[in-house]
Design a binder for this molecule. Structure first.
Ligand SMILES: CC(C)(COP(=O)(O)OP(=O)(O)OC[C@H]1O[C@@H](n2cnc3c(N)ncnc32)[C@H](O)[C@@H]1OP(=O)(O)O)[C@@H](O)C(=O)NCCC(=O)NCCS
Length: 209
C-alpha cells in the first residue's frame, strides 16, 4: 500500500436525511483541504472532548466515548500520557477481557480543528499480530468532517510511519458493508486479500487488505 491518493467523490445513501446529503455533497464538491497528523496534546484536547461528547468513539470495536470522557475529566494529563504511550499497557476487549496492548502510535487528524483519530499497532520485527487485533491500523473521522477525503489522506500519511517502524506492508481490515473504509484502503493501494470472521462479532465478516 504505497499510493497516496486523495480523492473526493459522490456518495448516495437512501436512508440519509436530505439535509445531511446536501451537507455531505457540499463537502464532497468543495476544494479538498489538506489535513495533518498530529500527536494528541493538551492544547488540542478540547476538540477531542467535544467529539466524545457527541458520542463519537475513536475505535469501532467498542464505544469508548464515555470511558474516555471520564478519564479526561479525572486527569487529562494522565489520559494523554496513556493515549500516547508507545509501549505497554492493556486494552479491554468487548467481552471485558484485558489483554496486552501492542506498541501503538496514535495520531489525531487535524485541519485546524479536530477531525478524527488514526492509530498503528505492530509487533517489532514481525508482520504478525495477536489474534485479538484485526489489523495494523484503525481510524475514525468525526461525522461532521466525513466525505472530505480526510481518512484517505490520513492513511496515506500513516503508511510512511509504518515503513519507518519496519513494516514493509500492513494488514488493514474493514467490515464487508463499510464502503467508505473500503474506498479509503483501495485509494491507498490496498490489495484485497480475502475475508475473515470479525473477532468480536462472529456473525460479521471483515475484508482483508
Ligand atoms: C470510514 C471513514 C473513516 C471514512 O472517513 P472519510 O474521511 O469520510 O473518508 P474519505 O472522505 O477519505 O472517503 C473515502 C471514500 O469513501 C467514500 N465515502 C465516504 N462516505 C461514504 C459513505 N457513507 N458511503 C459510501 N462511500 C462513502 C468517499 O466518496 C470516498 O470514495 P472515493 O475515493 O471513491 O471518492 C468514516 O466514515 C468513519 O469514521 N466511519 C466510522 C468508523 C469506521 O468505520 N472506521 C473504519 C474502520 S475499518
Amino acid at each position: 500500500m504505497t499510493r497516496p491518493v486523495s480523492a473526493v467523490g459522490t456518495c448516495y445513501e437512501a436512508d440519509m436525511p436530505v439535509s445531511d446529503q446536501v451537507q455531505r455533497q457540499a463537502a464532497l464538491t468543495s476544494p479538498a483541504t489538506t489535513i495533518k497528523l498530529v500527536e494528541p496534546s493538551l492544547d488540542r484536547l478540547p476538540g477531542y472532548v467535544a467529539a466524545l461528547e457527541t458520542g463519537w468513539s475513536p475505535v469501532t470495536t467498542r464505544d469508548l466515548s464515555g470511558e474516555q470522557l471520564g478519564a479526561i475529566r479525572a486527569d487529562a494529563g494522565t489520559f494523554l500520557r496513556d493515549l500516547t504511550r508507545r509501549e505497554g499497557g492493556t486494552i479491554t476487549l468487548v467481552d471485558g477481557t484485558s489483554v496486552p496492548r501492542l506498541p501503538t502510535r496514535v495520531f489525531w487528524m487535524w485541519d485546524g480543528e479536530f477531525c478524527g483519530s488514526i492509530n498503528l499497532r505492530s509487533v517489532p520485527g514481525t508482520l504478525d499480530l495477536p489474534p485479538y487485533y484485526s489489523g495494523h491500523l484503525g481510524y475514525a473521522v468525526v461525522p461532521w468532517k466525513q466525505g472530505r477525503g480526510y481518512a484517505t489522506q490520513a492513511l496515506a500519511l500513516l503508511l510512511p510511519v509504518a515503513r519507518e517502524l519496519g513494516l514493509p506492508r500492513v494488514l488493514v481490515t474493514c467490515d464487508t458493508g463499510n464502503a467508505a473504509s473500503r474506498r479509503v484502503i483501495e485509494a491507498n493501494g490496498g490489495i484485497a486479500a480475502g475475508e475473515k470472521t470479525a473477532l468480536d462479532h462472529p456473525s460479521e465478516r471483515k475484508l482483508l487488505f
